[in-house]
Design a protein around this ligand. Structure first.
Ligand code: BTN
Length: 263
């Protein structure tokens, strides 16, 4: 199967109502960084940048995102507030749900979201999402947001760096090209962010959750806390019932699932 990334194929497959600018690159440092530069220099439209590989793919919390050529989807979409009906703090939740909807259709395994936004299939992380706001420095206000999605499509297990080998996996879909998968994710994402129904979104996010009802741990101010993840609230925050009976709501950071050795 020809799995070459193609701008014309992506454009022809995207939902007709989509007026996205599409840029396809062979390689780039990071699609998020590239798109942020482009936006600073004044691109006015919603823009999608897809690369076949990244030399400096970036993850959350300053981590790298392994981005070899020919086997993954590394893409970033620039959204402007005027095109978004959804509350902007729910955009990463929306991106996670959009990826899960697409993967649910094309993968044998069931996609699950590890709060905040890592997507797992069969206990391996197959996708990460990095959202970055663009600030108007004069006004101190955001003028756009870049949502970066990194998805391991067919990267073989032996190719991942040693430190990721216990954690990372790939989707291995059959009969679907990266171009098709990209458009499925973007179309689903657009359906969600052009709707203001955040309750339905949170309900769907909860259905994909890998962590609800599970024992988790996390670090805060140098201390480790242990508890059970009991809910995800209307803002996408994680509600945790601690071992001492107190309830805490996390709005950022990283949790570990206790039963498995997830990082
Ligand atoms: C994470 O796992 O912490 C988030 C990973 C996000 C990776 C994607 S790949 C496309 C975009 N460009 C980047 O440099 N990062 C995001």
């Amino acid at each position: 199967m020809n799995d070459k990334l193609s701008k014309s194929e992506i454009l022809s497959r995207l939902d007709e109502s989509s007026a996205l600018n599409v840029i396809v690159l062979k390689t780039v440092n990071s699609t998020n960084s590239y798109l942020k530069e482009l936006a600073k220099n004044g691109t006015s439209n919603e823009t999608l940048v897809v690369a076949d590989s990244q030399t400096n793919g970036r993850g959350r919390l300053g981590r790298d995102f392994f981005s070899p050529s020919g086997s993954g989807i590394y893409m970033s979409i620039l959204l402007k507030p005027e095109f978004i009906a959804l509350r902007s703090e729910l955009l990463t939740v929306a991106a996670g749900v959009a990826v899960c909807r697409a993967l649910n259709e094309i993968s044998e395994g069931t996609p699950k979201i590890k709060w905040v936004n890592d997507i797992f299939i069969d206990n391996k992380k197959v996708c990460g999402i990095l959202a970055e706001s663009l600030l108007d420095e004069r006004k101190g206000l955001p003028f756009g947001i870049v949502i970066g999605i990194g998805l391991n499509v067919t990267t073989p297990a032996h190719m991942f760096p040693k430190e990721l080998s216990h954690l990372a996996g790939s989707v291995f879909p059959t009969n679907i090209t990266r171009n098709e998968l990209i458009t499925k994710i973007i179309d689903e994402f657009k359906k969600i962010y052009t709707s203001s129904d955040s309750n339905a979104l949170i309900d769907e996010y909860k259905r994909y959750s890998l962590v609800l009802g599970k024992k988790i741990s996390f670090k805060m101010s140098g201390n480790t806390f242990i508890g059970v993840a009991t809910d995800i609230n209307a803002d996408g925050n994680l509600v945790v019932l601690l071992e001492n009976g107190k309830e805490l709501t996390l709005n950022a950071g990283e949790i570990s699932l206790h039963s498995e050795n997830f990082v």
